[in-house]
Write a protein that binds this ligand. Sequence first.
Ligand code: AHZ
Length: 313
Amino acid sequence: ATSTRPISPPESDASSVDGTLALANDDKARYVEDWDGNLRFAPIKEAHVSRAMTKRHGEDLYNTAVSDIVIVGAGSAGLSAAYVLAKARPELKVTIIEAGVAPGGGAWVGGQLMSSMCVRKPAHLFLDELDVPYDDEGDMVVVKHAALFTSTILSKVLRFPNVKLFNATAVEDLITRPDPLAKTPGTVRIAGVVTNFTLVTLSHGLQSCMDPQTITAPIVMSFCGHDGPFGAFSVKRLVATGLLEKLGNMRTLDMRSAEDYIVNQTREVFPGLITGGMELSEIDGASRMGATFGAMLLSGKKAALEALKLYDA
Ligand code: AHZ
């Protein structure tokens, strides 16, 4: 049996409102799925593929070189911030930089490589907004697989026209400018980020002359997680450059207090730099919470609300 369902022709970007391709009648006859051994893909040229990708990537780099808000780190906190921002303010250009190939940080598993994700109330309201189902266990809810949360929020974030994600791309420095609001001369504020392909960032010891790119933005939000190979990048960089005296270093696990603290203290930690999620525990010397994610979701949301306050000030 031959299905007459059309598949995407290579040249067309056109799609109708409901997402189905608007094909001419003869296209419907040409592009068919044939399961009897006669399936033929549409013709292709290698250059078409190369140009389709390089054109868009170049345009994306060009367009986001000046952004409204840069989000560093697309773990559960960073993605939550991106979702709230992009939804609330479609006119703002939100650029996300994620060092890993796979956005999501640690939120592909719920903890100790186990799949379920525990979320304390009231963060279940954020899951409701995202339409992520869960089991209600009273004071907390359990999503059957952390990947269900992460894939759902990721798909929603990426659909916003005002969001651009560069993955496999690391922030390897911050941009600073003299702070016009500061009383002390010489005081600076964060004014953007310096990026490179993560593979290049990892290879600086092997090759010189691999200069990075820049993205300027009035507000940078950092959700790089707690210390690790790439963790807590922005706050560690503040200390390394003498802009901050020292880090508090993440403390031992205290599930009872850690989540409230992280959400309530999510803030602009340095002029132009908002920090949330577990990166905040490194600057403040706050406890970790272990495998319970409500604070990551709501710290992302609080950070987004703080960013909008700053942006509109
Ligand atoms: O790849 C990192 C990850 O996806 C990314 N990242 C780190 N440094 C970066 C850099 N440039 C670009 N220089 C960078 N991206 O940041 C993301 C951090 O995600 P995460 O899941 O590690 O952090 P989070 O704060 O969103 O969530 C923490 C979840 C934890 S840890 C924890 C505990 O240890 O007790 N408990 C919870 C709930």
